[in-house]
Design a protein around this ligand. Structure first.
Ligand code: FES
Ligand SMILES: [Fe+2]
Length: 437
């Protein structure tokens, strides 16, 4: 939860962002980022190996494995895994790879059973992963130890009802990874929201090209003049960068906004409001990047993450998820997709998502050209720069060829809880009082 003083400070800072005539004092000049970060197979391999193997990743929602014995397959980050709601009530993840000769243990997307049995030779595992059944046991050596041949675990932790996994067995706990977000997200009722919609779409661009369209508001007036622009005053946007690469944008609606339009988008009929959401969540747009690949504008109606999965250097699977409080008899909320009978899964991306993704393929194509040299970012795009710094930190600077690195110029003095803008705003305020006297 955010306390009243923090809400007041953030509101004042949004107004201050609207007034400033230059980047904040002392904000580092952002060096151009190397173009090859979007086009080089070498950098892509480093991201796969380090970023997606060591970060906490969104895997699903408890509604997908609601009862003991329920399991689901998941392979968005490469290795096939199975997420299991254990007979003991605990949710775990395992590599979906049989310890005998490597067959997949489950072969359907979802299922329910008190044991997991590999179909090849019927090796059988309990829902805690332990190996309990080997047919023709007599043909293996007498001292063949089943206890060390259980399914290999993948770290799996919950934030409320949302399931995250991490391939790094030494990773810090999820709640520490989230850091201050865990507290700020309390008001969004992650422990009560249900999974309302989850669809995925394949895009023809690097995952960062797709993701970064959701990490700055600079594009809003140009790409979204009819849809997002009436909701978000990009000039009063306030970015906050957190430890571990996470970030938040916070922007009020424009002063001259069309209230009817806002209501049509923000107050869907019949859907329950999350009553604990505070003033900023109700009146502003706030969107959180959860490093590395989740972006979600949290509001008093939805927790709707967009999740970006690299499928190759130049292709991305975009998952569009809506979570909300129980919707009763109303149609299930789906913020990001609309019915479309011409599509294979009967859904199409919503107008806002189409606006954001429409140029992805052309951008990627154009980036592959020799004319794409480097990327200069503005202060308003600093979340993107900080994200790239975090990618490099995760990969380990010494693992990255120099021509592919970004210079880590955004120091901890600009990372939460530090924020030099507050002091600058106070100074300007008292200077303003002086001149007024
Ligand atoms: S590969 Fe699974 S039982 Fe043989
Ligand atoms: Fe956008």
């Amino acid at each position: 939860m955010m306390d009243a003083a923090e809400v007041t400070r953030l509101k004042a800072l949004m107004e201050w962002e609207g007034r400033r005539t230059a980047p904040p004092e002392g904000f580092p000049r952002l060096p151009d980022m190397p173009a090859a970060r979007y086009t080089s197979p070498e950098y892509f391999a480093l991201e796969r190996e380090h970023v997606f193997r060591k970060s906490w990743l969104f895997a699903g929602h408890m509604d997908e494995v609601p009862e003991p014995g329920c399991w689901m397959r998941w392979h968005n980050a490469g290795d096939p895994i199975v997420i299991v709601h254990g007979m003991d009530g605990k949710v775990r993840a395992f590599h979906n790879t049989c310890r005998h000769r490597g067959a997949p243990v489950v072969t359907e997307d979802r299922g329910k059973s008190s044991r997991l049995m590999c179909g090849y030779h019927n090796w059988t595992y309990k829902t805690d992963g332990s190996l309990v059944g080997v047919p023709e046991r007599r043909d293996f050596p007498e001292d063949f130890d089943l206890s060390c041949r259980g399914l290999l675990p993948v770290r799996c932790e919950l934030f409320g009802k949302v399931i995250f996994v991490n391939f790094d067995e030494n990773a810090i706990p999820l709640v520490d990874w989230l850091g201050p977000l865990a507290r700020e997200w309390e008001e969004f009722a992650f422990d009560r929201i249900r999974l309302a919609a989850r669809h995925s779409f394949d895009l023809n661009c690097n995952w960062k090209v797709a993701m970064e369209a959701n990490m700055e508001v600079y594009h809003v007036p140009f790409i979204h003049p009819q849809t997002v622009a009436p909701l978000v005053d990009s000039t009063r946007n306030l970015n906050t960068m957190y430890p571990n690469g996470h970030a938040r944008m916070l922007a009020p609606p424009p002063q001259q906004t069309d209230r009817e339009h806002v209501r049509a988008i923000d107050s869907p009929p019949g859907w329950q409001q999350i009553e604990t959401v505070g003033e900023l969540g109700r009146t502003c747009t706030q969107s959180y990047t959860l490093f590395p690949n989740w972006v979600s504008p949290l509001s008093n109606y939805f927790v709707p993450p967009l999740v970006f999965w690299p499928t190759s250097l130049t292709t991305t699977r975009l998952e569009l998820v809506t979570m909300a409080l129980d919707w009763g008899d109303a149609p299930a909320p789906d913020l990001w997709t609309v019915p479309d009978a011409s599509q294979p899964n009967g859904r199409q991306m919503s107008p806002i998502i189409l606006e954001d993704t429409q140029f992805g393929e052309a951008i990627q194509h154009s980036m592959q050209s020799a004319a794409f040299r480097s990327v200069p970012l503005s202060y308003q795009e600093a979340r993107i720069y900080a994200f790239h710094q975090s990618l490099d930190r995760m990969i380990g600077e010494r693992n990255i060829p120099e021509h592919l690195r970004v210079e880590p110029v955004i120091g901890s003095d600009w990372i939460w809880p530090n924020d030099p803008r507050t002091a600058q705003m106070e100074r300007e305020r008292s200077a303003g009082r002086q001149t007024a006297k």
